[in-house]
Design a protein around this ligand. Structure first.
Ligand SMILES: *Cc1c(COP(=O)(O)O)cnc(C)c1O
Length: 357
């Protein structure tokens, strides 16, 4: 008899982008991390951690952080939940808010962690194929008795923005849980978030993270804004001390330096736009991105390298990008946006590898 539960035995493990030791020569553009350091205020907070803060248990509620987030987003503290990365929040939403054996609709392709959370909790994923150009028809969602819908906005791994009005139309007719993962929203045009709709729709959960725009992937802090009843449910299921004392302080300091985050996000947006112009010059096609990455496909000339070959060659020259195992993404690479200098290094290599350099 196997010790492993059958649904766990059957499921595929989540595959993150390759981890690389910090400080190496390689250019790491495979996990959509920030190329810029976190705010100097964050590094100051890190240096200010006291012996006592390490010796004591942290505030399990992350109360100060919740309170600061509530003021920032103009909601009640009871509508804010903080997690050990938004990954924990995603896991908790599936575990506590969606019944086993029910169905969740997810546009396809999408962020694979949702599939992992579904499989662990014996929830069925109903993939809704994106259109030819990878746009997602929101008006087609929620028509067949699903218990929940998961949207990523701007979408991953395509980078495409979903219209907020479309999400609101969905909320007006769909009564199940609507999770909107806004991990990349700070890189999008202003006004793209549906967070202002919290309070009007009790079934809406907006998930955010300090990982990307606040440059704190390693600290593991995410949050969500939702109806107070949803937050209360998440609080029952979380680890009692889910965010460590150090990370709570760092996230708080990051939040207090909003101007710095906006400044670095703007730098990423500028680099993204110039990188995409250069990609077009090289004959790559790409999806217009509102995130800190670009999903692109190399020119399909005869004799040209395939996306997979390009991925391997880039890696040989120390540039790590992402090649995603999905039937619709076999001819694509997902490249995180670094600094201008870093993207120049990528372009130089791409020019060489496509015989244009
Ligand atoms: C990077 C990312 C996250 C963030 O995960 P954390 O656990 O907060 O680091 C969430 N959702 C999507 C779609 C992402 O790409």
């Amino acid at each position: 008899m196997s010790l492993i539960l059958p649904h766990i035995e059957r499921m595929a493990a989540y595959e993150a982008g390759d981890y690389l030791e910090a400080g190496g020569e390689a250019l790491k553009l495979n996990q959509n991390e920030s190329p810029y350091p976190a705010s100097p205020k964050v590094l100051e907070a890190l240096r200010g951690i006291t012996e006592e803060e390490l010796r004591r248990y942290p505030d399990g509620r992350s109360g100060q952080l919740r309170s600061a987030l509530a003021s920032r987003f103009n909601v009640e503290e009871s509508q804010v939940f903080c997690g050990n990365g938004s990954s924990e929040i995603i896991a908790l939403l599936f575990k506590l808010m969606i019944a086993p054996d029910s169905r969740v609709e997810i546009p396809d392709p999408s962020f694979m962690l949702y599939h992992t959370a579904a499989a662990v909790n014996r929830i069925e994923v109903v993939p809704v194929p994106a259109d030819e150009d990878f746009s997602i028809d929101l008006d087609r969602l929620g028509e067949s008795g699903e218990q929940a819908i998961v949207l990523v906005n701007p979408h991953a791994p395509t980078g495409r923005l979903l219209p907020a009005e479309g999400i609101e139309r969905l909320l007006q007719r769909f009564r199940g849980l609507v999770i909107v993962d806004e991990a990349y929203i700070d890189f999008a045009v202003p006004g793209a978030s549906v967070l202002p709709l919290i309070g009007r729709y009790s079934n809406l959960v907006v998930v955010r993270t300090f990982s990307k725009s606040y440059a704190l992937c390693g600290a593991r802090v995410g949050f969500c804004v939702a109806d107070a009843a949803v937050v209360a449910a998440l609080d029952k299921g979380r680890d009692v001390f889910n965010i460590n004392a150090v990370s709570q302080k760092l996230a708080l300091a990051a939040l207090e330096d909003e101007a710095y985050m906006q400044h670095t996000a703007e730098a990423v947006r500028r680099t993204r736009e110039s990188f995409c112009r250069e990609l077009a010059e090289l004959g790559f096609d790409f999806i217009p991105s509102q995130t800190n990455f670009v999903l692109c496909g190399p020119p399909a000339r005869s004799g040209a390298l395939t996306a997979r070959q390009l991925y391997d060659k880039l890696q040989e020259s120390g540039i790590y990008v992402r090649y995603l195992k999905h039937p619709r993404l076999v001819d694509k690479l997902r490249i995180s946006i670094g600094t201008d200098e870093e993207m120049e290094r990528v372009l130089k290599e791409l020019r060489r590898l496509t015989g244009q350099g």
